[in-house]
Each structure stands twice: as structure tokens, then as C-alpha cells.
Design a protein around this ligand. Sequence first.
Ligand code: TEU
Ligand code: CA
Length: 539
Amino acid sequence: MKQAWYRESLVYQIYPRSFQDSNGDGIGDLPGILSRIPYLQELGVDVVWLSPVYASPNDDNGYDISDYRDIHPDFGTMEDMKRLIGALHAAKIKIVMDLVVNHTSDEHPWFQASRRGEEPYKNFYHWQPKKRNWTSFFGGEAWTYDDVRKEYYLHLFSKKQPDLNWDHPQVMVEVQNIMRFWLDLGIDGFRCDVINLIGKETGDPNGRFSPILCGIEHYLNHPKTHRYLQTIRDEVISKYDCFTVGETGFVNPDTAMQYVDEDIRELDMLFQFEHMGVDNYYVKWFMRKFKPIRLKKNLSEWQHAMHQHGWNALYLENHDQPRSISRFGDPKYHEQSAKMLATMMFFQQGTPFVYQGQELGMPNASFEHLEEYRDIETKNIYKTGKKLGFSHRRMMKKIRMMSRDNARTPMPWDNTVYAGFSKAEPWISFTPGWETRNVQNESADKKSVLAFYRKLIQLRKHSKTIHYGDYQDIDFGNPTFYAYRRMLDQDEWIIVCNFSNKPHPLPNYANWSDFNLVLSNEENQEMMSPYGARVYQKK
Ligand code: TEU
Ligand code: CA
């Protein structure tokens, strides 16, 4: 496998609205992020990924962009952005921005011109005189009637996020110019939002009937998408020292390879979602009991599939997902299971992404009342659920487990009022428990989840074996243990994770006297403790 800086990097995702407020309006901002660079350095972060900070009416927290070359006043100014890029680079931290080009905001001037039928924007979006039966990812219909144009337009997400028509040659030109604009400002790459949905066939009449994701066969991994991405790589990406990570729902290892194969490299890596589905059926609102074996089988499959040919983006959390400890861990063994999950992920092959607060072991916010939630998806799903006849109680139970707001709460820095996040009440409440689970406390505690993450990050940073070595499953059929080996030349590591709330004897995976225990989350090493994790390296 060819070596590359982004294959040896740890990426830290910042959700700017909830990271650090600098001016007392309760909303995180760019100067706030700048002030926390020392924290990022101490953690060992190589690359920061910023969720969108562009001008936006904020229907979907910035994933609805009205000007790709400007900063939302909530977050600061373009000058603040330039200062942040400079300060991060001075601290030897790279920065990746979100590229959201499947859709724009309906308030973007292109859409405004398009609905009035003005050229060259008339066909920048998908318009149809007749309605289609497609459904939106956020619940409800995906085609909405526009009073001005007197036609229906497509929005796979909210009504205020009309989908761009990539068949229009000028759309491709505009996107390339936006990318160059940011790369020329010095950024180091893009996280490409829902990028496997950009190519579409909207002339087709209806979708094959399905109450959820109806119409998906007209746009998922469309051959046109591959052509668009190849063009973008040739015209833009290949001319800069940068990388791209695609957000690609509904891919499997085969379809993923069509994007990331070494010889194709439309994207450098991608976020797959299969392992986010191990506690639900098809869409997250249909929940099922979490079984560790499903997670293990899936992660292992991706390890094998990408090895030597592609590259994984490793993650357990982001701004769209519930907190991993609340899904795959055990609240009774909170710290222990948070560290175990981190260990499981950190020694696999791929680029690890840590989402803000994950390194503190933050659980779901699980707000009690619907009014406490801010996310458009949560609000829409509640309405959709009620229409389908689900009770309020049933819907709130789902939302407490699966709402995206579970992970969008402010970063708890200390135990002063508003947790050192702001001088004012934040735009969304804190995750309960912040008085103790915060950066200040965890920094002072050698046994904290944060201290453990710092160790993991350092261990990984210095090991070529972890970056590029072979991966091999151990005791694959075991439903409670996830164990694997990483090997390069003479170097060998064995990772053992106990996914159960019971102690177990350490299995005979090796002649243990030939190995050093380099890291563990346990107090006592006689038995593997509940949610114990161990990292061994051959002497
Ligand atoms: O997410 C795409 C996506 O697939 C999610 O909307 C997913 O369906 C949902 O979060 C599951 O709960 C990206 C962004 O990450 C997300 O924040 C945006 O809302 C969305 O695209 C639209 O831009
Ligand atoms: Ca602010």
C-alpha cells in the first residue's frame, strides 16, 4: 500500500455550532475553534474536519448553503476563516472542509434564478411538470411544487435543499471553481456530503413503491456519478496535495471499491454506513437489538475488502449518529466500554475519525421533550411517525435513541456555568452529566476516557504496522470477543476486546509470554474484565 500523509493521520471532526463560543451568543464560532487549538494539539490531532460554516438559512444546520464563498455570521467572517486556517497550519494541523454539492439552499441565487426560469440557471436543478412518488431522506415527499415556476423540484433532503442537476455542464464548472477557491485558501481536502447521490435519472416516472427511500434506484451510485467524480479528480483534486473522503450511504464493499480502488481513486476513502446499521433495519428508526457479532463481521469484511486496493475511513460517530457508547457500549460500564470501543477501532487499517466529545466518552443527550430537539430530521420524522399512527411515547423513545441531536450538544470544557462553552445559554442544551464528564476533569484524571484516547492516538501515530500492516481475524466465530492481529515484517500486534459484561479468561490466541501488553483499560489483568480491551505487541 502506497504511503500518504492522510493514511497516517488522525482526523477530528468539529461541529462548529457546538465546539466553542467566543462572543457570548450561545453559538460556537471560528474564533472559538481557534482558541482551542492547544487542546487539539495535546490530543494529537493531525487533521480537523469542519462541518459547514458557510452562509446558510440554517434549515439543516448549514448543510443548506446559500453562498459557498462566504461564512455564516454566526460563525464569524472570511477573515476569521483565514486566520483559523493559518493558525491550524502553524500548529501543524491540516483542515478539511465539508463540500455540500448534491444540493444548495433554496435561498441560493441559483435556485432563485432557476425558479424564475432565468438562464443559465433554468436547468441547474431537477424540475418536472408532474409529481413523482419519491420520498425524502428526512421523511415525507421528495418532489415539491414551486409556485413561481409552476413545476415540481427534487429535494432528497428538506424542502429547502433542492438537488442540483449535475447533467448541466455549468454546474460542474461552478463546483470546480468552489473547490479551487477553498483549496487556494490553503485547505487540505474535502469531506464530500452524500456524494454517491449526485448523478440522477429524474426523467423516469415513479420510484418502485416503498414507504421509505422510494425512488432510490434512480440515483444511488449512478454511473454518471463516477464520471463526475473522475472529472473532478482530474481537473481539481489531482492538482493539489489534498484528500477527499466521500460520505456514501448504502454502499457495500463492491460498490465502494468503484470509488476508492487504487487504480480509480475517484475518492481517497469513504464513509460506509453498514456498521451503523447493526442496531437497526435499513433505516435507523426501525431499531433492533445490538449484537456485537454483527459489528465485528461487518468491520472485518471492510478490513479485508479494502486491504491493498482501497482505504477505509474508520469511525463510530459523527454529527448524524447517536453516541457510540449509547449504542454499542454499556452504561453500567461506561468508561470501560467507551475505551474498549475506541481500542477496537483504532488498530484497524484506515484513517480514524474522532467526533468531538467522543474522546470524553459522551453518551446520547436523550432529551426528554420534543421541544428540546432542534434537528429538522427529528421534527420531520416525528410528524411522519404520527401520520403512520405511532404513539407519542413510541416516537419519543425512537428519538431519544436515534436523533442526530444526541451528538450535537455543546462541548463540555469545564464545570463552570455553561461548561466553559459560552457565557450565555447555548442554542441547544448540554448532554446530562457534563458537570463531571468534561475536558477539565478528564484532563486531570489519568484513568479518564480522554487520557486513554491520548494514549491510543500516540501509539497509532508511531506504528507503520497499524497504518499499513496486514489484518487477520482471530477466533472469528466467538460472539463476545473481537480479536484481530496486525502484522508487518517481523512486527505483530494482537488486539483483544471483550464485548460482554462478564469477566472471561484470556483466550490462548498466542503464546502470551512472547508479547508485551502495551495498553489496556483494565485494573486487574488476571481475567479479561467486562468490556476489557488489550493491545499486545510481539517482543
Ligand atoms: O447526511 C446524509 C445522510 O445520509 C443523512 O441525512 C442520514 O440520512 C441521516 O443523517 C440519518 O440520520 C449528510 C449530512 O451529514 C447531514 O448532516 C445532512 O443533513 C445531509 O447530508 C444533507 O446535507
Ligand atoms: Ca458565537
